[in-house]
Design a protein around this ligand. Structure first.
Ligand SMILES: Nc1ncnc2c1ncn2[C@@H]1O[C@H](COP(=O)(O)OP(=O)(O)OP(=O)(O)O)[C@@H](O)[C@H]1O
Length: 264
C-alpha cells in the first residue's frame, strides 16, 4: 500500500487545560484533496499547524510522509510542505516586493535576504503569480495589496517549492464574490491536475469547496464530526451537527451551498 501523506492517530492538542483537538484520527493519501470545515474555534488551524510540522501533538501520533513528528528533523520535512495561512501573511514584511514574497519560499524564509535570485526561480514565481491572477502585482510592495490579492500571492508562494503537501488555510477569506469564484476556479483546475500535490484546504463555507475536491473533514469543538469522501460527508445532517444549527445542503454539480432552515 502507498505511504500516506499524513496519518494522525488519536491526536490530542491541549492548551490551557482544554483539548483544542481531541482524539483525531485521519489518513490523507496520495492524490487526495481535502476540505476542512467547522465553526470558529473548531481546531482547523491547529490541525493545519500539525500538518505543516509547526506544532507537535500533546498526545497521539502525527506521521508525515512516514516520518513521525517528534522523532524526525522538521527542517527536512518542511520543504515538502507548502503552507498559506493568515499567520504566515502576518510575518511578511509590508515593504517586501511581491515577486520576492513568492521566490523566498524556495529558500524557506520570509523577508528578502539576498540581492540576487536564480532566474529559473524568478520565472517560476512569475508563472505561479500568473496562475493566481496576480502577475501584474509582481513589482508591488506586499503591504499595498488588498486582502484578496495577498491571499492569491500566498497561495502562489505555497506552491513555489513544488511541495508534496499543499496546505491552504482559508484562501478565500476576505475575497469578494467575483474574487472567490475566480479563486475557486483556479483551485479547481489545480485539484484536477494530477501533478498537483495532496491538498488540504480550510474554509468556513461549503460554497468555497472547489470542484475536484475528493474528501471532507468536519470539526466541532476539536472533535471530528465526520470525515470521508466529499459527497458522503457534506450532508445536511453532518453540517447541522458541525455548526450546531439546522442546515440544508444543496449540491449543484460539483458545487455545494448551505442555508439555515427556519424552524416554525
Ligand atoms: N495557545 C492557546 N491557548 C489557549 N487556547 C488556544 C491556544 N491556541 C488556540 N487556542 C484555542 O483553540 C481553539 C481552536 O483554535 P483554532 O485556531 O485551531 O480554530 P479554528 O477552527 O481555526 O478557528 P477560526 O475558524 O476562528 O479560525 C480556539 O478556541 C482557540 O481559542
Amino acid at each position: 500500500m502507498a505511504l500516506a501523506a499524513a496519518s494522525l492517530n488519536d491526536v490530542v492538542v491541549r492548551r490551557s487545560g482544554r483539548a483544542i483537538l481531541d482524539s483525531v484520527d485521519l489518513t490523507i493519501s496520495e492524490g487526495d484533496r481535502w476540505a476542512v470545515l467547522g465553526p470558529n474555534g473548531a481546531g482547523k488551524s491547529t490541525l493545519m499547524r500539525l500538518l505543516a510540522a509547526r506544532l507537535h501533538p500533546t498526545s497521539g501520533t502525527v506521521d508525515l510522509f512516514g516520518e513521525r513528528l517528534g522523532r524526525t528533523d522538521i527542517f527536512e520535512l518542511r520543504p515538502l510542505i507548502g503552507l498559506a495561512s493568515q499567520e504566515l501573511a502576518e510575518t511578511v514584511p509590508v515593504e517586501e516586493k511581491v515577486l520576492d514574497v513568492v521566490v523566498t519560499a524556495g529558500y524557506g524564509i520570509v523577508g528578502r535576504w539576498r540581492e540576487q535570485y536564480d532566474e529559473m526561480d524568478l520565472d517560476r514565481a512569475r508563472v505561479l503569480l500568473d496562475a493566481f491572477g496576480v502577475a501584474d502585482k509582481a513589482d508591488r510592495m506586499f503591504g499595498t495589496l488588498s486582502t484578496g490579492e495577498r491571499k492569491r500571492v500566498l497561495s502562489a508562494r505555497a506552491l513555489m517549492t513544488d511541495p508534496e503537501l499543499l496546505l491552504l488555510d482559508e484562501p478565500a477569506a476576505g475575497l469578494d464574490l467575483g474574487g472567490r469564484e475566480e479563486l475557486v476556479r483556479t483551485l479547481s483546475q489545480l485539484a484536477k491536475d494530477p501533478a498537483t500535490p495532496v491538498t488540504v484546504l480550510v474554509t468556513h463555507h461549503v460554497e468555497e469547496i472547489p470542484p475536484g475536491y475528493t474528501h471532507a473533514l468536519l470539526l466541532r469543538h476539536g472533535s471530528v464530526v465526520a470525515a470521508g469522501p466529499i459527497g458522503e460527508t457534506i450532508t445536511s445532517q453532518n453540517l447541522t451537527r458541525t455548526f450546531g444549527l439546522p442546515l440544508v445542503v444543496d449540491r449543484h454539480g460539483e458545487r455545494f451551498s448551505a442555508r439555515s432552515v427556519t424552524l416554525s
